[in-house]
Design a protein around this ligand. Structure first.
Ligand code: PLP
Length: 386
């Protein structure tokens, strides 16, 4: 049983529920990421929206990664965390004027532009400041990510990016605008992608689009293929570090970079998911007519992924070594969707046991809410509890 990683005696003293981050695992994950990406002209930006916990961001900044932001708040958080503005990229379908102005004032590396009207607004706001905004066109490549439909973003039916049919219009327009400079193209096809052929499909599409620009004499220095690398939610103990080698290899093999081009990545989940757990206490074990419910003091207010995307998180009872039994593990919130997993086998569970909901480092703490007037939970790190 791999329970040794948790300082159980220390965890027991803390008010549950809370997030627990294993920063040593985060550091090892970053070491592997950097080892595999530095073999080529690749630059990795951490997608802040996965987790902005201050201790987590600090470790990521120290590893030298850039930042991928999708809001003004995230641009500010990246700057506050000490990430160099020259490594910050900013995407999003609905950038407000204040967010664009903040990014212009901060001299970020690049705006990933998602529509013609947005391009015109960035040009206008940059003009008012006497600045030139660097932009990359976020192109919707119409490539399937083979993932949950709520986290698929690269199909033409999705709201993201500029459709290929609009490319002539956009490139024509961009040449007439004086306060924006086209430096690259950007893609992001979805999240929790575990099928590498999806990324292969993206590479092939990028090659085609590169030819489109080359034929028009437009030189692009930067290609950004977004993020989306998935993690293994079934086996967090055996697959605690994602297979970055295989991931980057797909791009090395299938994406044809021109001389002097840099390939950018925006990785969120794969960096932070496995280092985080949601630690919760068992309030009650309730015997229904056909089921036994384990009722936790954590609910979808602390981890919404199961309710939102039917996502699975492994749950381990850290206090019990008794033989397994079958449970529905649920939260205390007044919604039936507040169920973490059904018909789940885990060690026989009693009131007061401490459980870990695994792989909760990405899209966990950052999506917490106060629904039912619950308090936002705290977070602790392995460094603090050593
Ligand atoms: C969410 C997002 C990412 C990161 O996605 P992950 O699946 O967490 O790697 C990267 N780029 C953009 C534009 C995003 O919206």
């Amino acid at each position: 049983m791999i329970k040794a990683d948790y300082p159980l005696e220390k965890l027991k003293e803390l008010q549950t529920p809370f997030y627990y981050y294993d920063l040593d695992l985060l550091r090892s994950t970053l070491d592997e990421l950097i080892l595999q990406s530095s073999k080529s002209n690749f630059e990795v930006h951490y997608a802040l929206k996965a987790n902005v916990n201050a201790s987590v961001i600090e470790v990521i900044k120290n590893a030298g990664l850039g930042a991928d932001c999708v809001s003004g708040g995230e641009v500010q958080a990246a700057i506050d965390a000490g990430i160099e503005s020259s490594k910050i990229v900013f995407a999003g379908v609905g950038k407000a004027d204040w967010e664009i102005n903040l990014a212009l004032d901060s001299d970020i590396f690049c705006f990933n532009v998602e529509s013609i009207p947005e391009l015109e607004v960035i040009d206008e706001l940059a003009g008012k400041k006497g600045k030139t905004a660097h932009v990359a066109l976020r192109i919707n490549p119409n490539v399937s990510a083979h993932t949950h439909h709520y986290i698929t973003t690269g199909l033409s039916e999705n709201k993201f990016g500029i459709n290929m049919s609009e490319l002539d219009k956009v490139t024509g327009l961009i040449l007439t605008l004086t306060n924006v400079k086209l430096i690259g193209i950007h893609f992001h096809i979805g999240s929790q992608i575990t099928d590498m052929t999806s990324f292969q499909g993206l590479c092939i599409r990028v090659n085609e689009i590169q030819e489109y620009f080359e034929a028009r004499g437009i030189v692009l220095d930067h290609i950004n293929v977004g993020g989306g690398l998935g993690i293994n939610y079934e086996h967090p103990n055996h697959c605690s570090i994602p297979d970055f080698e295989a991931y980057f290899k797909v791009f090395r093999q299938h994406l044809i970079l021109k001389p002097n081009q840099t390939l950018h990545f925006e990785i969120g989940r794969a960096i932070v998911a496995q280092c985080g757990s949601l630690i919760s206490k068992v309030l009650y074990v309730k015997h229904g007519t056909s089921k036994t419910f384990v009722i936790l003091d954590a609910g979808f207010t602390e981890l919404i992924r199961p309710a939102l995307y039917q996502a699975y998180h492994r749950i381990e009872n850290l206090s019990s070594a008794l033989p397994e039994e079958e449970y529905d593990v649920v939260g205390p919130i007044c919604e039936s969707s507040d169920t973490f997993v059904k018909n789940y086998r885990m060690n026989a569970t009693r009131r007061g046991d401490i459980v870990a909901l695994r792989s909760a480092g990405a899209y966990g703490e950052i999506m917490a809410s106060q629904y039912n007037l619950r308090k936002l939970p705290k977070a602790f790190t392995s460094d603090e509890l050593k």
